[in-house]
Design a protein around this ligand. Structure first.
Ligand code: GLN
Length: 232
C-alpha cells in the first residue's frame, strides 16, 4: 500500500467552482489502486508543505485569485523544490492562470508564478459551457465545464493539454490548457477528475511513478463515456 499527500491549495479562495472535489476523486480512485491518499488543506495563511505528491489549485473570482497568487509567491522556493523532485501540479482555470507567466485580474495585468509558459489576457466575452478535448496525454476525449473570460496563449516551452473539439478552451477554440512534465493546467471544471477518472489515474501514476492497470469502475466509466457522446 503506498501513501500519497494531496495538497489542496487555498480551498477558501479557489473553491468557487467546485474544483476542490478533485482531491476527493484522487483519494477515491487511489483506493482502487491500493494507494492511501491523505488530503492536506492549505489555507491562505499556511505555509505550502514540502511533502506533497500532488498539488491542486482551482478556479476563482479575480480578487480571490490575486490573494492566492500573493500567498503562493511567499512559498515560491517550495514550489521550485517540489517541481524539481517531480511532484504533480493540477491547476484549473484561475489556478492555471496563476501558474502562468502573467494574467489580468480586476482590470490589471499581474505577473504569475511562471511554472507554465503561458500568458493570459482579458477576453471580450465570457466563455461558459461544456468543453470536450482530445487530450495530449491520454488517447481519449476529456470533458469539462468552462467559465472564464481570460484568453491564454502558449509559449514555446508549453504544449497544449488538449485539442478542443467542442467549446472554447484557452479562448481560441483550438486548444485547452497547457502541460509541461508533471505540471497540468486546464480551463476544465467539473470537477475534471470526477468527469474523467482516467485522468485521475494518470495523475496517480505520475505521482507514484507506478503504472496502474485499468480498473473496473463501471458507473464512472459509463458516465464519462456518456458525457463524451452528448457534448457535440
Ligand atoms: N477570473 C478568471 C477568468 O475569468 C478565472 C475564472 C475561473 O477560475 N473560473 O478568466
Amino acid at each position: 500500500m503506498s501513501r500519497i499527500n494531496i495538497v489542496r491549495i487555498h480551498n477558501e479562495l479557489l473553491g468557487t467552482y467546485g474544483d476542490q472535489g478533485n482531491a476527493e476523486v484522487l483519494v477515491f480512485r487511489g483506493k482502487f489502486h491500493g494507494i492511501t491518499g491523505n488530503i492536506i488543506d492549505v489555507g491562505y495563511n499556511d505555509p505550502l508543505p514540502t511533502n506533497g505528491d500532488i498539488y491542486l489549485l482551482g478556479g476563482a473570482e479575480d480578487s480571490a485569485q490575486l490573494l492566492s497568487l500573493e500567498a503562493m509567491q511567499r512559498d515560491r522556493e517550495v514550489l521550485d523544490l517540489v517541481i524539481e523532485r517531480g511532484a504533480v501540479i493540477l491547476a484549473v482555470c484561475a489556478g492555471f492562470q496563476i501558474i502562468g507567466n502573467s494574467f489580468w485580474a480586476n482590470g490589471k495585468e499581474v505577473t504569475g508564478l511562471g511554472l507554465l509558459d503561458v500568458t493570459t489576457t482579458p477576453g471580450d466575452k465570457r466563455f461558459v459551457g461544456d468543453v470536450r478535448i482530445k487530450s495530449t496525454n491520454l488517447s481519449i476525449d476529456l470533458t469539462g465545464f468552462e467559465n472564464h473570460s481570460g484568453k491564454t496563449v502558449l509559449g514555446s516551452n508549453a504544449t497544449p493539454f488538449g485539442k478542443v473539439e467542442s467549446g472554447h478552451g484557452n479562448g481560441d477554440g483550438k486548444y485547452d490548457g497547457a502541460v509541461s512534465a508533471n505540471i497540468f493546467g486546464t480551463y476544465m471544471h467539473g470537477p475534471i477528475l470526477a468527469r474523467n477518472p482516467e485522468f485521475a489515474d494518470l495523475l496517480l501514476t505520475r505521482a507514484t511513478g507506478r503504472k496502474y492497470a485499468q480498473i473496473t469502475d463501471p458507473l464512472a466509466s459509463q458516465y464519462a463515456t456518456w458525457r463524451r457522446k452528448v457534448i457535440k
